[in-house]
Design a protein around this ligand. Structure first.
Ligand code: UD1
Ligand code: CA
Length: 451
């Protein structure tokens, strides 16, 4: 909690042409969330903080994503893409309303942390007009260079405008800036476009601050935190950095990852105590895993709630809307979707369970399929508690199986089965003595036997 109020303006109007994708750049995912979502989560959240996102004119998808992630955020459209300072001023109406601190961040820099925003605000409290986030680049090509005199920041030079000498500087501009709100608009309005690209560069704020006799300060961070995403390669690199962080956090919270590098987590994955995740597991967004659960290898889990002391996989696929009660067991080659399995339910082998509710302690045999789709609509299967569904049964929804009911193997169940009833439905089996050897003889003669 900061005593000063803040407005964070997130720039996301770029085309992202180098992603070679029809999806707007800031909506590409890292750890199961759009790039933009990471930045919006890291931006100050407390009561005195507001948020504005600047988007491109054809980016309605981005606007609706912003509403989903941070409903309190305002969006502004930058109609022409005339540079980073021009983009910030697209949010002029929000800036004019005033805040103690004006923060500017980029929507394509997903690894930025909340602590860094806090660190950048501290110098403003002590009288600086501007804080710039800097980092030491392994390869500074393409970045704006921070030009220092001693420990004073005097200018930021973009690659295209930099001299050979200036290009040797490895201290670079991360892009994130923090302005003292009192002077922010005055500084932004003075930025011109007299540079090789004819763009309004936010980085020119530094020389203006100096000309006004005010102070600009640099705060340094690691290159990993400020990786900007322009290409699919950089997207993959950011994913790598983010996954390393998430695995470390999970292990620090007590999760056992047997082979951490093979486990993929989402930024919002929630773990209880004593959870074990075996090698090669993929966890997508919206997953929580309670105490004592074991996720076996090669399982894929998205939007699912997994209860205590459950066992999932190996080779399980839990799709959105899956909820597993305490002690439930999902075995190999089982797929679930929109399925609530109460405590102690077992679906041990080779099944599809979709649009289904299963009461406590029911046992679903190998190869059971809930036939939820009739080609037109999705229909529900409701199974009571303590029921037994024999192997290779098809439950043709909509259908209800009562508490304690018993379904014989190989049944195709199309009608509701009352509590405690037994239902068996099989095609007639015909037995002909010696039929098998007659079949084999016919085969050696290459002649199909008569039925
Ligand atoms: C910018 C910085 C550079 C810094 C680098 C760090 C400027 C002038 N340069 O360069 O010093 O080292 O980031 O990654 O600020 N955007 C808009 N509208 C525009 C232009 C940009 O919304 O008219 C947004 C982009 O979507 C992006 C961000 O601003 O999120 C940065 O723009 P980009 O063109 O990527 O700037 P860089 O050339 O990378
Ligand atoms: Ca960039």
């Amino acid at each position: 909690m900061n005593a000063r109020s803040s407005l964070t303006v997130v720039l996301a109007a770029g085309e992202g042409t180098r992603m070679r994708s029809s999806l707007p750049k800031v909506l590409h995912p890292v750890a199961g969330q759009p790039l933009l979502a990471h930045v919006l989560h890291a931006a100050p959240h407390d009561n005195g903080s507001r948020l504005a996102v600047v988007i491109g004119p054809d980016h309605q998808e981005v606007a609706s994503e912003v509403r989903r992630i941070r409903p309190d955020a305002e969006t502004f459209i930058q109609r022409e893409r005339l540079g980073t300072a021009h983009a910030v001023l697209a949010a002029r109406a929000a800036i004019q309303r005033g805040a103690d601190d004006l923060l500017v961040a980029f929507g394509d820099t997903p690894l930025i942390s909340a602590e860094t925003f806090d660190r950048m605000r501290a110098p403003l409290q002590n009288g600086a007009a501007l804080t710039v986030l800097g980092f030491r680049a392994a390869d500074p090509t393409g970045y704006g260079r921070l030009l220092m005199q001693g420990d004073r920041l005097v200018a930021i030079r973009e690659q295209a405008d930099a001299s050979a000498e200036e290009r040797k500087v490895t201290l670079c501009n991360a892009g994130v800036m923090a302005f003292d709100g009192r002077n922010a608009l005055k500084i932004l309005d003075r930025i011109g476009n007299a540079n090789s690209k004819g763009e309004y560069y936010l980085v020119d704020a530094v020389t203006i601050v100096r000309d006004l006799g005010l102070e600009a300060v640099v705060i340094e961070t690691s290159e990993d935190e400020v990786r900007g995403i322009n290409t699919k390669t950089q997207l993959a690199e950011a994913e790598g950095v983010m996954q390393a962080r998430l695995r470390k956090q999970a292990m620090a919270a007590g999760v056992t990852l047997i082979a951490p590098d093979t486990v993929y987590l989402a930024a919002d994955t929630k773990f209880g105590k004593d959870v074990t995740i075996e090698p090669f597991v993929v966890i997508g967004p919206g997953v929580s895993i309670a105490d004592g659960a074991v996720i076996h290898s090669f399982s894929h889990i998205v939007q699912a709630t997994i209860g205590r002391n459950t066992s999932v996989g190996p080779y399980a696929r839990l799709r959105p809307g899956t909820s597993l009660g305490d002690g439930a067991k999902i075995g190999n080659f089982v797929e679930t979707k929109a399925a609530t399995l109460e405590a102690g339910v077992k679906v041990n082998h080779l099944s599809y369970i979709g649009d289904t509710e299963i009461g406590a302690n029911s046992n679903i045999g190998a190869g059971t399929i809930t036939c939820n789709y009739d080609g037109f609509t999705k229909n529900k299967t409701i199974i009571g508690k303590g029921a037994f569904v024999g192997t290779n049964s098809s439950l043709v929804a909509p259908v209800k199986i009562g508490d304690g009911a018993y379904i014989g193997s190989g049944s195709v169940i199309t009608k509701d089965v009352p509590d405690d009833a037994m239902a068996v439905e099989r095609s007639q089996q015909s037995i002909r003595e010696g039929g098998a050897s007659r079949y084999r003889e016919a085969k050696t003669r290459g002649k199909k036997p008569k039925a």
